[in-house]
Design a protein around this ligand. Structure first.
Ligand code: SAM
Length: 254
């Protein structure tokens, strides 16, 4: 029989083994993630974050935008087939940069992403670019693996509609909105999603092409269910096939 001290020592050893296994596991996973994201920098589909909105945001909004981009980068890094993230229009000594350095510290310079002060129109052919914006009159039908999507790195608490649409139009770029009305029974409220929600949706679309799966990342409070059969016109129509063919017999109440 083991004494109390022996039992304590045994459970201490088991705990140490578990901890070193977890450390080994975490560092192995980290290596796999880094390998995948490094591959994406050579072969992956680019995804652009447009960093030209600092002047349109309060300091608090920039802080929030950076927090959402950090979440986006982390979920991209952990995905099976990551995007090659580009931060375009990125200025040294900008508030964006200061916030990134606060989050990442010394890792900031080692991130496996492309950071440039150039505009995407100088880096990629214009006809490949699609600016995603909730205000676009054009609704996205399918995810195109050959296109390069742009997301506006913006958080607008006091919603400023049309900002990214205006920018895309000025640059003569194609635009697209997510097909939220086509698939979701939307409650009232703006259709602007956060940057990390956009990243989850785009990664899921890239991997599966399945809108229903992708739109699971829209917060549940924003909609009250999925449209049973998405309409071709992007509008929610009642499903008449589920209604009774004849009106129910009138009931008389005595
Ligand atoms: C918080 S939104 C910014 C909303 C802002 N008023 C604007 O002018 O775009 C941040 C970015 O996420 C993307 N986004 C958010 N919701 C979207 C949607 N429903 N469809 C397409 N893109 C969307 C857009 O790229 C947008 O610029």
């Amino acid at each position: 029989m083991k004494s109390g001290l022996q039992q304590e020592q045994a459970s201490g050893t088991a705990e140490t083994k578990r901890n070193s296994f977890m450390c080994f596991w975490a560092s192995s996973m980290d290596r796999i993630y880094n390998w995948r994201v490094a591959q994406s920098m050579i072969f992956g589909q680019p995804l652009i974050f447009d960093m030209s909105y600092e002047k349109d945001m309060s300091v608090r909004e920039v802080t929030n935008a950076v927090r959402q981009i950090v979440l986006s980068e982390s979920c991209n890094r952990r995905s099976v087939d990551p995007f090659h993230i580009h931060f375009c229009n990125f200025k040294d000594n900008s508030l964006y940069q200061k916030e990134f350095v606060k989050h990442y510290r010394e890792a900031w310079g080692k991130l496996l992403i492309t950071v440039t002060d150039q505009c995407y129109t100088e880096v990629f052919p214009k006809d490949k670019l699609i600016y995603l914006t909730a205000d676009s009159p054009k609704v996205m039908k399918t995810f195109d693996h050959d296109k390069i999507y742009i997301v506006g790195s913006m958080v607008d608490k006091s919603i400023k509609p049309g900002l990214s649409l205006a920018r895309a139009k000025r640059l003569g770029l194609e635009t697209a909105a997510l097909p939220l009305d086509k698939y979701l029974l939307w409650n009232t409220g703006a259709k602007n999603l956060t940057l990390d929600q956009m990243m989850h949706i785009l990664l899921t679309l890239k991997d599966t092409g399945d809108w229903k799966k992708a739109l699971e990342f829209v917060p549940k409070r924003k909609y009250c269910g999925f449209v049973s059969k998405p309409s071709l016109f992007g509008r929610t129509k009642p499903n008449f096939s589920t209604l009774p063919k004849e009106p129910p017999a009138l009931r008389t109440f005595v």
